[in-house]
Ligand binder design. Structure first.
Ligand SMILES: [Zn+2]
Ligand SMILES: [Zn+2]
Length: 220
């Protein structure tokens, strides 16, 4: 095996941590040197509402979500949106390099026990252009529940200003199984304003889901 990012050979001995937990071990696909280029977010000092780094108290954005009547998602993200991560996203999503989809699989470990892991789907037009769904690619090593459908929107989120993103209209609908589990963890690649994830939460509620809803993303 070689590192997905630099192409150097990967050491194959499994990390000790993987042997000591009950979680299924996903072998790393990035070498230690490449993985170290990305900056993890320390959960203890992240915003309890959105997972923003270095904000141990509820941040101003989350206070606004709360005062607008939202039930906070208690979002958690794994990495900061640094230059290294922007380069990864540009290669993976921008250029559509699907080889990279498993780059963070060894880090993105979540249990589907008692919970549905629900990815936020691509718009149909984006899927057609790229040929794959970036979020499903990142989390594809997990047991996913495809409950959400997204309609095409006029302007992609990436081309909008912050204010325009916050005004985006709902484009998700949800279809629940007959007996949904008591918890849902929504999965996305990047948390920017939270608008998309709160729309996904609202779509689940509109479809009648009454359990707990939290969320995760690769990047904040
Ligand atoms: Zn490497
Ligand atoms: Zn926050």
């Amino acid at each position: 095996m070689t590192c997905l990012w630099c192409g150097q050979p990967l050491r194959t001995d499994p990390p000790l941590a993987g042997l000591l937990t009950w979680r299924p071990l996903t072998p790393p696909q990035l070498c230690a040197r490449c993985l170290a280029r990305f900056t993890p977010i320390a959960p203890r000092t992240a915003c309890p509402g959105c997972g923003r780094a270095d904000s141990p108290a509820l941040c101003a954005d989350c206070q606004r979500w709360e005062s607008s009547g939202q039930v906070l998602l208690h979002h958690r993200a794994y990495f900061r949106y640094t230059a290294a991560m922007k380069a990864f996203i540009q290669q993976y999503k921008g250029l559509g390099d699907y080889r990279l989809h498993g780059a963070f699989a060894s880090v993105l470990q979540l249990s589907a026990r008692g919970a549905a892991l629900v990815p936020l789907p691509s718009e149909p037009a984006h899927y057609a252009r790229r040929g794959f769904d970036p979020v499903v690619g990142l989390f594809g090593h997990l047991k996913l529940s495809f409950w959400l459908v997204k309609a095409d929107t006029a302007v992609p989120q990436a081309q909008k200003t912050r204010a325009e993103r916050l005004l985006t209209a709902q484009s998700f609908t949800a279809q629940l199984p007959v007996h949904p589990p008591p918890r849902v963890i929504l999965l996305d690649d990047l948390y920017t304003t939270g608008r998309t994830l709160y729309h996904a939460q609202a779509a689940l509620r509109a479809a009648g889901y009454a359990g707990e809803i939290t969320s995760r993303s690769l990047i904040r």
